[in-house]
Design a binder for this molecule. Structure first.
Ligand SMILES: *Cc1c(COP(=O)(O)O)cnc(C)c1O
Ligand SMILES: [Zn+2]
Length: 415
């Protein structure tokens, strides 16, 4: 088996293409999507078959565009879905769950997409992997390329968090830091891929396959809720791919009969106030976001010209969701709130999600009577610098009992 799918289809004009490394329609330049034969898949897949699968994204291989037999696998996915009663109480919500994707092999949900993309890349005969990244994808592609024994090139903006450079370079890959925004790096890479057709650029010429990996987050949520869909999901938006694919993932579960087919999960988005092109388009009633120049500590979400912004807007509007935004200060507060109430240390994107969840709850958009899932997409260990000195020791004292007693006294009688 080379591919379990029926090729690629243009999202705009509907023309069909083979299962190859191609990212735009040659007729209308529309984005391409993987095509599945859902009737055939529904005859094959059932809950028991999935239940016997590996504890990773590959348990859903029937709905992924690559052969699990050759999976480039570090164990991405099957992350915990955690009931968050203390956070729910703080936000005035009822049943709240957290999808804890900080627990992936390199600490973010990007391991899902990298695993699928590199598996498909290897099937298509590629020996070299590449990506353009706001940080986490660089980690994931580098790690999975190392696992697969593939050569690897990673392109990032220079202003990335130091840790995300280290945790990529350690895998022995070429990290090219570029003086520019993510959108400028992306534009350059679209030209590089024309010069290097022998490279599997996971989010350019393999984007259709890569993006499918994000559906597994939705599949897991449904399975972990006992094969029920939540009422409302809140997800962060950078390119808009994750949010769009969560929506598609829930729809597919209905199409193949794994859940009742008539429920539409509401999908709401979360963006940094300093990079909110999709949120703004929603408010202004536009179908295509106007590009912005990002200015936010949420660097993993700093995409000013989101490739799937239009698709994300459609998902949000069609599901009666909304999109909130969070300032830098609110992002830090969101990270602290999540850590303090639930014991999870998220990166800045998680701070955006929690801050926006709070606003959506306050505005009555995410409701107390809904079963809500918030997506915590990356670990805080890679973005500690966002805190500066704001999270240091409570006190520094000499190694004597007297010094500690004096400190306890201060704590008891603060002035
Ligand atoms: C990339 C990323 C996102 C958003 O992903 P898109 O699919 O580009 O919208 C969210 N959270 C984290 C931590 C990320 O790295
Ligand atoms: Zn087309």
């Amino acid at each position: 088996m080379t591919s379990p799918t029926d090729g690629l289809r243009c999202r705009e004009c509907g023309r069909l293409f083979g299962s190859e490394a191609r990212y735009v329609c040659e007729w209308c330049f529309g984005p391409l999507e993987v095509v599945y034969d859902y009737d055939a898949i529904s005859g094959r897949v059932d809950r028991a078959r999935i239940g016997r699968g590996p504890l990773s994204i590959w348990r859903y291989a029937d709905l992924l565009p690559a052969d699990p037999g050759g999976a480039v696998d570090l164990g991405a996915g099957y992350t915990p879905l955690i009931r968050a009663d203390r956070l729910a109480a703080e936000l005035g919500l009822g049943e709240l769950w957290l999808k804890d994707d900080t627990r992936n092999p390199t600490g973010s949900f990007k391991d899902r997409v990298a695993s699928v993309a590199l598996t498909r890349a290897r099937e298509l005969g590629f020996k070299v992997a590449a990506c353009v990244s706001t940080g986490n994808l660089a980690n994931s592609v580098a790690a999975h390329a190392a696992r697969a024994g593939m050569e690897c090139y990673v392109f990032v903006p220079t202003d990335l968090e130091r840790t995300k450079i280290t945790t990529t370079a350690v895998f022995g890959v070429r990290v090219v830091a570029i003086n520019g925004t993510y959108d400028e790096v992306n534009r350059l890479c679209a030209e590089i891929v024309d010069e290097h057709e022998e490279w599997a650029f996971v989010n350019i010429n393999l984007r259709a396959y890569y993006a499918e990996g994000s559906k597994t987050l939705a599949f897991e949520v449904a399975e972990q809720l006992g094969w029920q869909l939540p009422d409302h999901v809140v997800a962060p938006i950078a390119s808009g791919s994750l949010l769009t694919k969560i929506d598609k993932g829930f729809a597919e579960l209905g199409l193949v009969g794994l859940v009742a087919g008539d429920q539409r999960v509401r999908i709401s988005g979360a963006q940094a106030a300093g990079c909110a092109p999709v949120a703004r388009a929603l408010v202004e009633g536009k179908s295509v976001p106007t590009p912005v120049r990002p200015e936010t500590i949420a660097k993993s979400l700093a995409i000013g010209s989101p490739a799937d912004g239009e698709a994300a807007l459609k998902s949000v509007r069609a599901s009666s969701g909304s999109i909130a935004t969070a300032t830098d200060a609110e992002i830090i507060e969101g990270i602290r709130l999540l850590a303090r109430t639930e014991g999870i240390f998220a990166e800045t994107a998680g701070g955006v999600t929690i801050a926006c969840l709070g606003k959506l709850a306050h505005d009555g958009i995410v409701r107390h009577d809904e079963r809500v899932v918030a997506c915590i997409t990356g670990t805080g260990l890679k973005t500690v610098e966002a805190f500066g000195d704001a999270a240091g020791p409570s006190a520094v004292i000499e190694p004597t009992l007297d010094a500690f007693a004096a400190l306890e006294d201060d704590w008891r009688n603060p002035e």
